[in-house]
Design a protein around this ligand. Sequence first.
Ligand code: F6P
Length: 317
Amino acid sequence: MTSGGDAPGMNACVRSLVRSAGSHKLLIDGIIRGYEGMINGDFEPMSARSVANIIHRGGTILKTARSKEFRTKEGRQQAYEQLKVNHIDAVVAIGGNGTFTGADIFTKEFGIPFIGIPGTIDNDLYGTDYTIGFDTAVNTAIEAIDRIRDTADSHDRLFFIEVMGRDSGYIALYTGIGVGAGNILLPETDTDYDELVNVLKAGVKRKKLFNLIIVAEGNKTGGAIKIAEEVKKRFDHYETKVTIIGHLQRGGAPTAADRLLSSRLGYAAIEGLMNGERNVMVGIINQEIVYTPLKDAITKAKKLNPDLVKMSGILAT
Ligand code: F6P
């Protein structure tokens, strides 16, 4: 099943799972709409042919949802009964933190083995260098911001551009480096307006005529609109604009990197299951497949690389 926010590459992963399972003669059902489908018994038998022609498609053919009912004991009980009636012995879930939190509780309550696959554009899961969809989201954001740069440059404007990332600055940091942003405001660090304004003033002194500032959606000081207002109050040199990229960066065809990652993780999930891995998330760290207990994947923090944060500041000067 796919669960939580959709991410480009989920379909490539479903394809890989179904075909890898087929090589072990396992029978596979797709669960439709994540935990909602599990509760309602919405299962579809899948075969190598049912996953043809999807490797390049964004979204998820299995649909997805953020289930409130699965957070209740009654919902999980019903989900367990549906799995039993439908002879499901193990579940592979592609999703993020919420999905694995549910899985961790469920396996403890009912003993159904789970394998998690990290699928979220936020790249906020411990136990893998990258999550499915992150690379595509960053590429999409960069492509969009390159266009904004044309206007910023032509009109000498200051743009505050908000990218996704509920609690994590990965998308903002990688996008900011990729577009050569003047500043990147992350959820992991508090925004100091005085410091930000000083950087802008110094830029103006160096005849920096336009500026792109990337704001992560989860920034604790507020989103791009609030930050732009506050900066304007303190420093009114630039004509200021705000763009929120929003769900644009979650859709679209997965990049080559995401297709490869998705294919590898799907294959490794089935191999792991066959080799006795239980209640783990499969990830790739330094090119190697790694199985991390679900508990660690959801509770341990994946920190931003401080070298990248430092470098982004130096390159922005
Ligand atoms: O977790 C992925 C993500 O796109 C976050 O970056 C964002 O905060 C959230 O999902 C938005 O979720 P929804 O599409 O349910 O509003």
